[in-house]
Design a protein. Sequence first.
Length: 294
Amino acid sequence: MASLKEVRNRIVSVNSTQQITKAMKMVSAAKLRRATDAITQMRPYSQKLTEMIATVSASAEGAKDNPYTNIREVSKVLIITVTSDRGLCGAFNANVGKAVVNLINEKYASQQAAGNVEIMAIGKKGGEYLSRRGYNVNTKYADIFTRLSFASVREAAEEAMNGFENGKYDTVEVVYNEFKNVATQVLRAEQLLPIIEKKEEKVKTSSVDYIFEPSEEEIINELLPKALKLQVYKAVLESNASEHGARMTAMDKATDNAGELLKELKLQYNRSRQAAITNEILEIVGGAEALAAA
């Protein structure tokens, strides 16, 4: 059995940890509110822009000639991973890392064997996770969350888009956590480039008569790059909100676990203290009996 001093020191240590986790939970809750406001404001704009592109491109021949819709044999791959800069958020970062590893093994194993898979890490933890496992990681944009804005994310998106347009990459994918609620984050792996029209995203245009100014092709060429940058920015905002939700949940559980541990330690301390008092009483009684016998 541990001594009273050891148990007392553990109680002080766990109590300090509980205060820290409680404070981190409160900080994450405050950041989560701002992050959820940002993503809820972004979603309607992103959805409307996607619908507009689908509507216009459904009848525009120029969309087929756009460089971002150019489908070619995949030999060089770029995967954009969006994680956090810090830990203490449960399996939030590890899930993205594992998803990227599974994606490469299942879909791009031959390209990885040839050394033609590059990972663009947005967030430090994803880059660290994949670098330790021997993957080719570009950490140029790993610190985006220290200066989170559309301008900083746009730089990363433009590098990926230029790489695809110039033939450096044949396909670009994004892996991130989509925010649902505080306790739920949905892992997403989406193809950013080339742009492929999905059947479920087709829009009926027969009931709408559009007047295009300038031409359909010019509108498509203007909207597609904006939509791609917006898609990356939305993934970063989704991940940012998911991170704070995951950390808030993790710190809440850590606080509760610390409370349970404190109860056990206090019970152990009281038992040890009672045992020590009982031993002292027995020693006193034994000494008194020995004196009386003498």
